[in-house]
Design a binder for this molecule. Structure first.
Ligand SMILES: Cc1ncc(COP(=O)(O)O)c(C=O)c1O
Length: 419
């Protein structure tokens, strides 16, 4: 009989296999200093383009003051126990009410983490006779939620409404046999490539098909829509979203998340979300901090304006210089280059060491072989100088990629990998 760990000794997994070349630098890098547009990486100053602190709240002095005062007042334990048992407070309720009204829903419920919260939301919304239809590029938390489902599920091609329609036809036929309903799931903004989910077209399909619509708006909340209420507001279809989800881990620069829906749906979910029923309540410091951040989001539109000034400067600057930034419709700014993984590593190293630019790098198998994706996240803390410096650096690294510099530099890396 095999030892359970045999496979682990043999195969570290699709990402883990790169650990010896990548760890500490390309993955698990240690960014130091206060969260902002400029931080330190391995002792060097870098412009950071890899942190989802969209509105620049993470290190805002008012936020830091409230976080510190809440820590002083409540410590990090309070309240103890799950919400249902002993972890419920007036402030948890207040935050829920304010979040619900901000995203134009009747009610909201807090989640300790977005990931587990989404898994549980999907789990609680469907039973075995129901059918889930979801975007094939959905975030891992949606995929894990779907994995718990005991009934049928169909994927539709990424952001492809025709493919969704075909799958809704299949799902409808099946649901007529099982006696179940249909749940459609999309993201508000797809975090890797930056496209908005086609929420408007999906909601319009409700005229033709009977389904409920769950949207993960992690990247849209706070960044899109007139008031910052997200991709549903931006596309004018917030009412057509039956269950709206967002995390505090991006625009609100914290930890925690929420779902918002009709009162009766939230009343059901709060008694059926296993990740919340059987886990400690969101700690008070985070609740107080989220109330402050939400207040700033509501009352300081200049934060979102500054964010978009930077997004527009970065995206139009890249396009003017002939970079391929794909089809982004959000702050997420992907830059696609052609090259191998060793070339990508040499290029990113050059960017960090010689130009002081820190951005995330995405390669195969997340994107097709031969493509390098540099994923940039502008925030309200960036300046136009940061943008210009970065554009200059990008032009320089593209020249070096095209003239074969990275191929040469990476030869040693490639040789090591072939071993
Ligand atoms: C689209 C999306 N959904 C859900 C999550 C998970 O949220 P959390 O970090 O609160 O667990 C993330 C990442 O933060 C995300 O990008």
């Amino acid at each position: 009989m095999k030892d359970l760990f045999d496979k682990i000794y043999r195969d570290k997994g699709p990402l883990g296999k790169w650990a010896s070349q990548a760890e500490g630098y390309f993955v698990f890098p240690k960014l130091e200093g206060h969260i902002s547009n400029r931080m330190k990486f391995q002792g060097k100053d870098v412009i950071t383009w890899s942190i989802n602190d969209y509105l620049g709240l993470a290190n805002h002095p008012e936020v830091r003051k409230v976080d510190a005062a809440a820590g002083e007042m409540y410590g990090s334990a309070y309240p103890m126990g799950a919400r249902m048992m002993s972890g419920h407070t007036d402030l948890h309720e207040k935050l829920q009410n304010e979040l619900a009204s901000f995203v134009n829903k009747e009610a909201a419920y807090l989640l300790n983490f977005g990931y587990q919260g989404m898994v549980s939301t999907i789990d609680a919304l469907v039973s075995k006779d129901d059918i889930i239809v979801y975007d094939v590029d959905a975030h891992a938390c949606i995929i894990d939620g779907v994995r718990l489902h005991m009934g049928k599920r169909f994927t539709y091609k990424h952001n492809d409404v025709e493919s969704l329609e075909k799958n809704l036809e299949r799902a409808t036929k099946l649901a007529e046999q099982t006696g179940g309903g249909i749940l459609v799931i999309s993201e508000g903004v797809f975090g890797m490539r930056g496209e908005q989910g086609r929420l408007k077209e999906i909601v319009a399909l409700k005229e033709k098909f009977k389904f409920r619509f769950l949207v993960d708006d992690a990247h849209g909340f706070g960044t899109l829509g007139k008031t910052g209420a997200g991709a549903g507001e931006e596309q004018g279809v917030q009412d057509g979203i039956d269950v709206y989800f967002a995390t505090f881990a991006k625009s609100l620069a914290s930890t925690g998340a929420f779902i918002a829906a009709d009162q009766e749906i939230i009343d059901y979910l709060k008694y059926n979300l296993r990740s919340q029923m059987f886990a400690k309540s969101l700690q008070m410091q985070l609740v107080v901090g989220a109330l402050k951040r939400l207040d700033m989001l509501r009352t300081m539109p200049e934060l979102k304006d500054k964010l978009w000034e930077n997004v527009n400067a970065l995206q139009s600057g890249l396009k003017e210089r002939g970079f391929d930034i794909g089809t982004t419709q959000s702050c997420v700014t992907p830059v696609y280059l052609k090259g191998s993984i060793p070339e990508a590593m040499a290029l990113v190293k050059d960017l960090r060491e010689n130009y002081g630019i820190f951005c995330s790098i995405v390669v195969y198998p997340v994107i097709p072989k031969g493509l390098i994706l540099l994923r940039m996240i502008p925030t309200a803390t960036h300046t136009l100088d940061d943008v210009n410096e970065t554009l200059e650096a990008f032009s320089a690294i593209r020249d070096r990629l095209e003239n074969g510099t990275y191929k040469r530099l990476s030869a040693a890396v490639a040789a090591a990998m072939d071993k």
